[in-house]
Design a protein around this ligand. Structure first.
Ligand code: FES
Ligand SMILES: [Fe+2]
Length: 325
């Protein structure tokens, strides 16, 4: 990554590479992630494949002109066909499928409205899974995507940053009432708004907007918050997936859901309003992320303790190669 963020660019883990809504059966997407050209496709029966975009035959880009034929992705150059796992299963000429005719595919899961792919610097299989949420009482996903000059760790670190809420998001400062705890790939904190944490001249007037929040990171690719504004009966789930594009930029894919209210029309209205607010809040973070530099050894005060736990937790996702963070 650039001198501004001297971290290895691709921590190991699960990343969102597409939203389920973007990928109808028969659809093929070309996408650059992890400094690599990927083809992302959905077969007619609904299976999703994520693979190296370049055909092992003569190297055509399968994301430009590749088509779905039944359960296979067909190359636009000579018609070889690959199944979702990457194996070549059919050739329109020649007698034998060469063993090398295989797309380098990534492990894939599709859950809770997103397509996730596992990226490991050594190509190892995933040793852990992303959480599968019971979304049966959630409103439909509302999403927005941004391309931002930053690194996943910088975006995730927001979940350890209690003081920025007041200054970047214009809300009360928060404090942990539980955690932070680090259990394997999950970093979790329970937070509550506490206006009194700030010196009196910085406090916002008490407008009743006290929030209780569970903030979590799941691996290096997802930071999320489940938030209830006290007394409102409204609980929102905001997921922010961050996926490196190359050594300089990342995709941010924000997905919002609301726990359904009794009245479906009210659910839709509140979900629309809430997602607009959450998207605006993430957009407030973007200029900070795009211009800040990564401090390996930040000057922290006693309220900044969660940063220490976060930095210790996030190390596990870096390649074990020499020189890694
Ligand atoms: S380049 Fe893909 S089939 Fe020849
Ligand atoms: Fe933020």
């Amino acid at each position: 990554m650039s001198g501004r963020i001297p971290l290895p660019p691709y921590p190991n883990g699960w990343y969102c590479v597409a939203l389920s809504d973007e990928l109808a059966p028969g659809q093929v997407l070309a996408r650059r992630q992890f400094g690599q050209e990927l083809v992302i496709f959905r077969t007619e029966s609904g299976r999703v494949g994520v693979a190296d975009a370049y055909c092992p035959h003569i190297g055509a880009h399968l994301g430009h002109g590749g088509t779905i034929e039944g359960e296979t992705l067909q190359c636009p150059f000579h018609g070889w066909r690959f199944e979702a796992g990457g194996r070549c299963v059919e050739m329109p000429y020649g007698g034998r499928i060469p063993p090398k005719a295989r797309l380098g595919s990534l492990p894939v899961r599709e859950q809770n409205g997103v397509v996730l792919a596992f990226r490991d610097s050594e190509g190892r299989e995933p040793a852990w899974e992303m959480p599968l949420f019971d979304d049966s009482a959630w409103s439909p996903c509302i999403h927005r995507t941004w391309e931002v000059e930053t690194h996943p760790q910088e975006v995730l670190e927001n979940s350890a940053d209690c003081a920025h809420f007041r200054f970047v998001h214009g809300t009360h400062m928060v404090r942990p009432i539980e955690g932070p705890t680090a259990e394997g790939p999950i970093y979790r904190t329970r937070l509550v708004s506490d206006p009194e944490l700030l010196s009196p001249e910085w406090r916002l007037p008490d407008d009743g907007s006290i929030m209780d929040q569970e903030a979590m990171c799941h691996g290096p690719g997802l930071v999320m918050a489940i938030t209830t504004t006290r007394g409102s009966g409204v609980t929102g789930i905001a997921r922010l997936y961050v996926t490196p594009i190359d050594g300089e930029r990342s995709h941010l894919r924000g997905v919002c859901n609301l726990v359904e209210l009794d009245d479906p029309r009210r659910t839709d209205a509140v979900a629309a309003e809430m997602s607009k607010l959450v998207f605006e809040q993430w957009e407030n973070d973007i200029p900070i992320w795009e211009h800040k530099r990564y401090r390996p050894d930040p000057a922290l005060n006693d309220s900044d303790a969660p940063f220490v736990a976060f930095r210790r937790w996030v190390k596990q996702f870096y390649p074990e190669s020499p020189g890694a963070a």
